[in-house]
Design a protein around this ligand. Sequence first.
Ligand code: CO
Ligand code: CO
Ligand code: CO
Length: 319
Amino acid sequence: MCGIEFPGHPDLIVGLDSPDDAGVYRITEEIALIQTVDFFTPIVDDPYWFGQIAAANALSDIYAMGGKPITAMNLVCFPSDRMQIGILREILRGGIDKLKEAEVVLVGGHSVDDEELKYGLSATGLIHPRKVLTKRNLQVGDRLILTKPLGTGIINTAIKGGLASSELIEYVSSLMAELNKKASEVMLQYDVHACTDITGFGLLGHLAEMVEGTEVGVSVEASRVPTIQKAVEFASMGFVPGGTRKNYEFIRDMVDFSDNVSAVMRDILFDPQTSGGLLISLNSGEAEKLVEDLNSAGIRQVSVVGEVVREPKEKIVVL
Ligand code: CO
Ligand code: CO
Ligand code: CO
């Protein structure tokens, strides 16, 4: 990150030198702390939804590592001179309600006056030091499972363009506000090799982080990737966020698309997600059972989207 060398520590299990979701620090042989922070400008107009989404998003990295979040702190930037305090109250209410659902205790926070509204949280979780799931450790033959449909970036662009119906806004808000808690708990009953959550880099960007510098590659079956139906429509009308292009440029050398993958589908595979689903890698023999268990837990749009291959190494082949 920025060419700076970050100091390590014998108890720092996951730090800034790896591309991982959160930092992990060992306290004892049995317990490690997971720490993460995330905040952003509003993605939806409704302040209560925004608060819920921000909280679900902030906790997601802990779930992706297989940890249990326990405490959180609010981070608030608020333009008090031009925005009613009632808006902030609704945002915080959304955050608090989401934390309650997650059984996470709000222990504090900090706010500053700022030109632009921003909200998020820092979150702390616990995990066994030897059970930390990272982006590494993909194994040849593994199946890759995605737990939420893609397309929230495209829908959010359509919302900003005033084209999304209130039903669609409601649907995509609830999707982004959905905790990855259940998915993580179900996943932990399996021998999972690696996991991450899909956020700003899109599915392919996050897959790139998982294979870069390793001895494996992945193949993705585009037709099996769960997508928000309306996102396909809006993408074909050109409502694609700026981040999509950046995500593509960033890893273009690592991706090989088969000719029958449409331009719209490519946009969806690179679509930056807010509070996206988990991407789980585990033995092929257990994949279908995990999908069934996730379905039974109420997580509906889950699918095996690809597999880990020996060749080509450090590449993503999209079929
Ligand atoms: Co993450
Ligand atoms: Co983060
Ligand atoms: Co303070």
